[in-house]
Design a protein around this ligand. Structure first.
Ligand code: APR
Ligand code: PHB
Length: 390
């Protein structure tokens, strides 16, 4: 078959890119190795930046988000047994929306299928060919076991942190930057009412904890743990005791309930430069991974594909090569700012075993500065709500 853009991966990056290209009249096919059901059931992040919400609304896939998304005008930083609100609305005039990533994917899949989009789930053995030529090709086996050979103009590598597209760059081209954190997050989903109307990021001597939400009856929470911690070894009582200890504050009570999902997330920062080679363009986790502390993962994927879709539109509609040639540098400028913010939030809020007493006191002083200086709070708020997308 022949198409204009072959997209590898049906996560936020691949599906949103497919949607944006369709709206620009650019043909494409999405090749995804997992099933649609798995994609739509995979629990991931839950915070949408102001710009991501605006993009989804502006391109006709924000209706359910507007109905079911929870608008949050701030977050709480909790340390020393006291809570301190960072007021996004007052500091930036913007808010964030809590809406599960898998719900975004459901909305994008529904929109693509309604528009006649070519989404191929459960494919296997995806192989790229000729990414450095003017005529790249993609080979794979579809769900029915039929061999697919796709001639295309461009390949969008949206296949996430464990995909194959990055490896299709010639040896020596990709430069990779990595930081691995000495801890992970123990995440749970519990049947309980919200304990707070906004997210709580808690710094505690026992370790970090995050109180987030999904719906009025399902809550999402995390606490810092050993990255190799076997999640199934913890009793529900032990999990709640740990979360209660780390989030304790005057007048606050953490509502408990049945824990129906649990898992340990490893934490790392990763960037691949450049994000493009020849006719291959990387977007999302295929090019960069951030620790979840800054809630940037999905939003960076959206920012990448907003830029890439605009550059491909300029190529096809105006014959301009410039935006495509500028894509990697432009995307990476945003990526590195988000990497810094995610590293900073992680460093400020987590317990580091090798930290000295000086480090501990310095960490508390940094938190105290952020919640007492309008300039420092504004900087955090601006990075958290995000800057406008292309
Ligand atoms: N062939 C086809 N599909 C693949 C392949 C492959 N070889 N390898 C991976 N995939 C698919 C995965 O199954 C996944 O559905 O590519 C998709 C990549 O999606 P994500 O990992 O979600 O990455 P991205 O779209 O960039 O979104 C980043 O998602 O993982 C979260 O925390 C992350 O919030 C961030 C966001
Ligand atoms: C989530 O709700 O899953 C979530 C929220 C904020 C974060 C990370 C995860 O920083």
């Amino acid at each position: 078959m022949r198409t204009q853009v072959a997209i590898i991966g049906a996560g936020p990056a691949g599906l949103l890119l497919s949607h944006l290209l369709h709206r620009a009249g650019i043909a494409g096919v999405v090749l995804e190795n997992r099933s649609r059901a798995t994609i739509e059931a995979t629990i991931r992040a839950g915070v949408l930046e102001h710009g991501t919400v605006a993009l989804l609304n502006a391109t006709g896939v924000g209706a359910r988000l507007a109905r079911e998304g929870l608008v949050h005008e701030g977050i709480e930083l909790r340390f020393g047994g006291a809570g301190h609100r960072i007021d996004f609305a007052a500091l930036t005039g913007k808010a964030i929306t809590v809406y599960p990533q898998h719900e975004v994917l459901k909305d994008l899949i529904a929109a693509r299928l309604a528009d006649g989009g070519d989404l191929r789930f459960s494919v296997a053995d995806v192989r790229l060919e000729g990414v450095g030529t003017e005529h790249p090709r993609v080979h794979c086996t579809d769900a029915a076991g039929t061999a697919l050979h796709i001639d295309c103009d461009f390949i969008a590598g949206c296949d996430g942190a464990h995909g194959i597209c990055r490896q299709a760059m010639p040896e020596g081209v990709p430069r990779e930057y990595l930081r691995i954190y000495p801890f992970g997050w123990f995440g749970i989903l519990a049947e309980a009412p919200p304990s707070s109307h906004e997210l709580i990021y808690a710094r505690h001597d026992r370790g970090f904890a995050l109180i987030s939400t999904r719906t009025p009856t399902v809550q999402r929470m995390y606490f810092q743990c050993d990255p190799a911690e076997p999640a199934e070894r913890w009793s529900e009582r032990q999990i709640w005791d740990e979360l209660q200890a780390r989030t304790a504050a005057t007048g606050f009570s953490l509502h408990e309930g049945r824990i129906f999902q649990r898992g340990v997330i490893a934490m790392r920062s990763f960037v691949c430069e450049p994000m493009a080679h020849g006719r291959l363009f990387l977007a999302g986790d295929a090019a960069h991974v951030v620790p979840p502390t800054g809630a940037k993962g999905l939003n960076l994927a959206a920012a990448d594909v907003a830029l890439l879709a605009r550059a491909l539109d300029a190529h096809y509609r105006e014959g301009k090569r410039g935006p495509l040639e500028a894509y990697s540098a432009a995307a990476l400028a945003r990526v590195w700012r988000a990497q810094h913010f995610s590293w900073w939030m992680t460093s400020m809020l987590h317990r580091f075993d090798e930290a000295t007493e000086f480090d501990r006191r310095r960490q508390l002083a940094e938190l105290d500065l952020v919640v007492s200086s309008r300039a420092a709070a504004t900087s955090l708020a601006e990075m958290y709500v995000g800057s406008p997308l292309a």
